[in-house]
Design a protein around this ligand. Structure first.
Ligand SMILES: Cc1cc2nc3c(=O)[nH]c(=O)nc-3n(C[C@H](O)[C@H](O)[C@H](O)COP(=O)(O)OP(=O)(O)OC[C@H]3O[C@@H](n4cnc5c(N)ncnc54)[C@H](O)[C@@H]3O)c2cc1C
Length: 492
């Protein structure tokens, strides 16, 4: 909505860590511009063949190569195979049909936006924390993010159509919802992450060398390129157990139906609700697996239709409490949080069909169901879900969630007490290990917090109690809090 570099300049180079900071900087720049109208037509390109010698790009760089089934035929002519400048079809690009029902293009986006603003009450009273993550067909939010990402929808058009609707609604004496929960507030989050990324630069999407990102010694950390200091797509498997959990999370076979439903919906449709993203991101990082948020961000990058580097990295930082948000004692339960929205488990029944017939009482925790109930539902709780799965089975839960939640919270507390950030010398030279568990490198605590019930999830998206950017300083670690941690050998 605003030029991110201008926002950064108004903040003297500092990243925006809350939507309030963004709005304050935006106010100094001026109001959000209305979009200019699209051209009515394009000039005829005439005859423009591509009969010159072409350099074929290196196939190694074809990130989508693994999905391609046939050769591409899309680029035989500048105006495309049909001479109409149409966007390439999947078939022309050599890919199989899409599994997602969501369709792209500006006409679809404008139709969807029209439909949304025609529902004046929905548009003007939208409150994000009250939209359900379990709603599908139709979903509870706009689902306009992929269009914004691909530029099929102007964010300024989105903003102004919503704002004009809200103005009309309020003129009639009605009370509209406000930022950050309302619809325009959602767009502020987007600009907030863009401007934060613009201030930090390339290291925004990683923890190492990132001054605004807390150092938490997650499992499966990225390997860094020694010259650029940027994360490569490779990672260190420091724990076989964590790697297995990560693979099960990615495949949607964790044994926790709420998580598996969301991960399978993501894989097939390329979009899940924001609070669904909260659930799976919290579960992978500080609320279960203690796996690095960069692993999760990579999976989202591959699977999301709306993948947006700044929003993806920023939200993963938020959910893992490494930046933007710090209330790590608010943890999403894969059971209670889903039940709050969807007691009958409809989302699970849709995406984990093997559990379709299970009684609602057990659908979030099938491992607790009596054998007779499982038999009636035609299902056995068995195996880890990886590799070829036996028909009629659903995997066992990969850990005791309550135990993992307590371990993760205690480990987070310890990392917060140590208080390192991504650009600290001790993080970069590996001496951080000396600050954790007597220097043996164990990253997880074994002494847990007594009050770690963690059921305070989903209290809204913006708390405005944000972290500050950390300029490296050789602070002494608070040893007192480290003493409570029991020595534990590192699993490699
Ligand atoms: C771990 C995680 C990863 C995410 N990765 C992405 C991503 O790669 N790309 C992306 O666009 N969003 C991302 N989001 C933010 C958010 O989940 C999606 O923008 C939203 O769910 C898109 O659905 P919608 O269009 O129906 O949103 P609506 O609720 O209808 O909101 C309207 C628009 O506001 C913007 N918006 C809303 N919430 C956020 C937010 N928290 N951060 C940034 N923009 C927001 C989006 O552009 C969205 O289209 C992520 C969230 C989490 C928790």
């Amino acid at each position: 909505m605003w030029d991110s570099d201008e926002i950064v300049a108004k903040r003297d180079g500092k990243p925006t860590l809350s939507t309030k900071q963004l709005q304050a900087a935006g106010k100094e720049i001026g109001h959000i511009l209305r979009p200019i109208p699209a051209p009515k037509n394009l000039p005829d390109p005439g005859n423009v063949p591509i009969d010159f010698e072409q350099t074929v790009p290196d196939a190694q760089a074809d990130a989508n190569g693994k999905w391609r089934e046939k050769g591409e035929t899309a680029y035989t002519d500048i105006a495309g195979p049909n001479g109409d400048f149409a966007i390439e079809t999947l078939e022309e690009l050599g890919y199989p049909n899409a599994t997602t029902p969501h369709r792209g293009g500006e006409s679809v986006a404008l139709e969807m936006l029209d439909k949304i603003v025609k529902d004046e009450t929905y548009t003007a009273t939208f409150r994000k924390p009250q939209t359900s993550p379990s709603a599908f067909e139709p979903q509870s939010t706009t689902l306009l993010s992929p269009f914004l990402h691909f530029g099929a929808l102007s964010v300024r058009l989105f903003y102004w159509r919503v704002q004009d609707t809200v103005t009309e609604y309020s003129k009639k004496g009605n009370s509209a919802s406000n930022p950050p929960e309302n619809l325009t507030g959602q767009l502020f989050f987007r600009d907030m992450y863009f401007a934060a990324q613009a201030a930090i630069g390339a290291t925004f999407s990683q923890a190492a060398h990132n001054p605004h990102c807390r150092f938490i010694p997650w499992h499966l950390p990225s390997k860094l390129d020694p010259e650029t200091h940027l994360a490569t797509f490779e990672y260190e498997v420091d724990s076989v157990e964590a790697e297995t959990w990560f693979q099960r999370w990615k495949a949607g076979v964790t044994g926790f139906p709420w998580i598996d439903a969301l991960m399978r919906q993501l894989r097939e449709e390329g979009w899940i609700h924001h609070l669904g993203r909260h659930s799976v991101a919290c579960f992978l990082t500080r609320g279960g697996c203690y796996v690095h948020w960069e692993r999760g961000a990579e999976v989202f990058e591959e699977l999301l239709l709306d993948h947006e580097p700044a929003c993806n990295a920023g939200n993963w930082q938020w959910l893992s409490c490494t930046a933007f948000f710090s209330q790590y004692f608010r943890c999403y339960s894969p059971v209670a949080f889903g039940q709050k929205w969807d007691l009958n488990g409809d989302l699970i029944r849709r995406w984990v069909p093997e559990l379709r017939k299970l009684d609602a009482k057990y659908i979030y925790e099938p491992w607790k169901a009596p054998v007779a109930d499982l038999k009636r539902a035609g299902i056995r709780v068995h195996g880890d879900g990886l590799g070829e799965r036996e028909k009629g089975t659903y995997p066992k839960p990969m850990f005791d969630f309550n135990e993992r939640r307590r371990i993760c919270m205690a480990s987070m507390k310890r990392s917060y007490d140590v208080g390192l950030y991504g650009n600290d010398e001790r993080v970069l030279d590996g001496s951080w290990r000396e600050l954790f568990v007597g220097g043996n490198g164990a990253v997880e605590a074994t002494t847990v917090l007594d009050n770690a019930d963690g059921n305070k999830a989903n209290e809204g998206d913006d708390n405005n109690k944000t972290s500050t950017v950390h300029i490296p300083a050789k602070r002494e670690a608070k040893q007192s809090t480290l003493d409570e941690v029991v020595k534990r050998p590192r699993k490699v």
